[in-house]
Design a protein around this ligand. Sequence first.
Ligand code: COA
Length: 382
Amino acid sequence: MRDVAIIGVGMTKFGELWEQGIRDMFAEAAIKAMDDAGVKKIDSFYVGAMSSGLYTYQEHLSSLMADYMGQIGVPGLHVESACASGGSAVRSAFIEVASGISDIVLAGGVEKMWDVEDGTIVLATAADQEYEAYNGVTFPGLYAMIARVYMEKYGLTREELAQVPIKNHKHSVNNPNAQYPFELSLNDVLKSSMVADPLRLMDCSPITDGAAAVILCPLDRAKEFTDKPVRIRAIGAATGPIALHDHKDLTRLDVVKLAGDRAYKMAGLSPSDISFVEVHDCFSIAEIIVAEELGFFEYGTAGKAIAEGQGTYGGKIVINPSGGLKAKGHPVGATGVAQVIEAYYQLSGKAGARQVPNAKFGMTQNMGGSGGSCIVHILEAL
Ligand code: COA
C-alpha cells in the first residue's frame, strides 16, 4: 500500500446559495482544489452526496460533475453514506491512490439542501423508515432522546450542554467560509426556540448548501505539486445499527469507537497524540459523546470538560476549530470533505486566526444518521 497525501483543497462558502445549482457548487470547489494543487487533469474522482435526487431531482452525479468541472472522460463515482457521504468519498479516493490504481484523485462532496420545501423528510431517509421516520421521529427527535438519557445518567446540565455551540460559534468567527460566523451567549442558546426537548435551535446544525473537494496523490509525488502536502496517516470506518432502539446504550455511539480505534491502530497513535479534532456535532450532544468515544475524555465527562474550556485553544484538545457543523454549516454530503479541508489548513499552517499551534496530528470524524455509519481520518503535518 502506498502512502497518500493531500496536495490541494477547495470549497464554496457554506450557507443559502440561491444563485448556485448543485453542479455550480461542485464545479467551484473542484476547480479551486485543482488550481490549488496545480493539476489540470485528474485520473479519477468521487462525489459524496446524501440525497441529490430528493433535494434537487438530480442523480447521475459522476457524469454531471465530470462535465462541469471540465474532466469528461475520467472515471467518477457517486458515494452515499448519509451524512458520512463526504468522509466516504475521501476514504474511497484514499484507497484508490493507496492501491496504486490511480495517482491524482479528487474527493468531493456536495449538497443543495435549501431548494426543497421540507428537507426534514429528506434527512429522515437516513433513519430507519419503518421504525422511526414512519412514526414521525426525525433526527432532532432522535438526538433529543440521546441527550435526555445522557443528561439523566451523567448529570449534565442544560447550561453545560449549551457550552458546545457557544464554543463552536466562537471558533467560527475566524472562518470566512462559515454559514453562521457569530458568537452566542448562554442566553442566546437557552432562549432559542425549542426544536425537540431538550434541544433548541442553537443546539442544531443548520440546513446548508455547499461543496468541498480535496486532491490526493501518492506521498512520494506530493512535492511535485506543493511545498506543504499533508499526509493522510490513517482511515477508520465502521457501520452501526440504523435504528436508535438497536443501540445497547443510548449514551454511546459504538460506531465512532469502532472507526476511531481502527484509525488509531492503522496510525500507531493514541488520543494524546492528536492536537485537534473536527467532530460531527450535528446536535450539541453528539459532540460530547463523540469526544468520549474517540478517547479524548472519560465516559460521562466530556460535557463538563468542554464547559470548563478543555475543548478549545489552551485546553486538552481543540474540538471543531472550523466552527463545526453547528456554525460552519452542514451541507450533509460535503461535510466530511470540509472537515478534512480544515485539518489540511491546520496541518499546513494555513488556518489563519484559528490556527492550532504546533499541531502534528489532527483527526476528522464524520457520521451518518444516529450512529449508522462513521468515517475517521487521522492526518499528519509533514
Ligand atoms: N443555527 C443558527 N441559526 C439558525 C439555525 C441554526 N441551526 N437554523 C436556522 N437558523 C436561523 C435562520 O437563518 C433563520 O433566521 P432569520 O429568521 O434571521 O432568517 C431562523 O433561524 C429560522 O430559520 P428556519 O429555517 O425557519 O428554521 P427551521 O425551524 O425551519 O429549521 C431546524 C431549524 C433546527 C429544525 C433545521 O435547521 C434542522 O432540521 N436542523 C437539523 C438538520 C439535520 O438534522 N441534519 C442532519 C443531522 S444527522
